[in-house]
Design a protein around this ligand. Structure first.
Ligand code: GDP
Length: 196
């Protein structure tokens, strides 16, 4: 698969510092600790491309990984970490919203949610913002290994039913970086966005 070649390109603290808005990119977002870094590393088949962090909310930067010529995966800052001061939270929420609305290269959003508590308040906010600009979103219900098979598929169906009420541009799947489950399905979604 092509994601194995992913390499770090740059990181930005503000939207002004982003690389030129040409090409195709897919962004990864989610609450701090949702398993975003682990998901990226599983998808690219590299153990430490995205930094997994024991201190969630610390890395408030936008990181670009190159997949191929003018194709990028973008690691967005995790949101929702309780200990981050409110003004910084608000600043990053505003940055995320502007990025979603204005970035021409952005073709899709991968949204990581811990399967044990999906669709938290800011997750729903992200879905609303993305649907306001008709941005396709694919949700990974991460750490699916934490639930039994039956519980996991019940959650999958519940989340899917909710998404269907919002927009046709939303999809969801089970994922576990630990058990290496759902990785091919996630890559197939990326392939679709990069090919479009
Ligand atoms: P991030 O803050 O969203 O980037 O989350 P991380 O990838 O750093 O993961 C947060 C925590 O969840 C870490 O302790 C990981 O070991 C754990 N974790 C991530 N993915 C999985 C998974 O698939 N299964 C299990 N059981 N734990 C996971």
């Amino acid at each position: 698969h092509r994601y194995r070649k992913a390499e770090f390109i740059c990181s930005a603290h503000t939207l002004k510092q982003l690389p030129d808005d040409i090409g195709v990119e897919v962004a990864f977002a989610g609450r701090s600790n949702a398993g975003k870094s682990s998901a990226i590393n599983a998808i690219v088949d590299q153990s430490r491309l995205a930094r997994t962090s024991k201190t969630p909310g610390r890395t408030q930067q936008i990181v670009f990984f190159k997949i191929a010529e003018r194709q990028y995966l973008v690691d967005l800052p995790g949101y929702g970490y309780a200990k981050v001061p409110l003004d910084i939270k608000k600043h990053w929420q505003n940055t995320l919203q502007r990025y979603l609305n204005n970035r021409q290269s952005l073709k899709g959003l991968m949204l990581m949610m811990d399967i044990r508590h999906p669709l938290m308040e800011f997750d729903r906010q992200m879905l609303i913002w993305s649907q306001q600009c008709a941005m396709p979103v694919h949700i990974l219900l991460t750490k699916s290994d934490k639930l039994s098979h039956n519980q996991a598929s019940a959650t999958l169906h519940k989340v899917r039913a909710y998404l269907n009420t919002l927009s046709p541009h939303l999809s969801v799947q089970l994922f576990s970086a630990l058990k290496r489950m759902g990785i091919d399905e996630a890559r197939a979604q990326l392939d679709e966005w990069f090919a479009a």
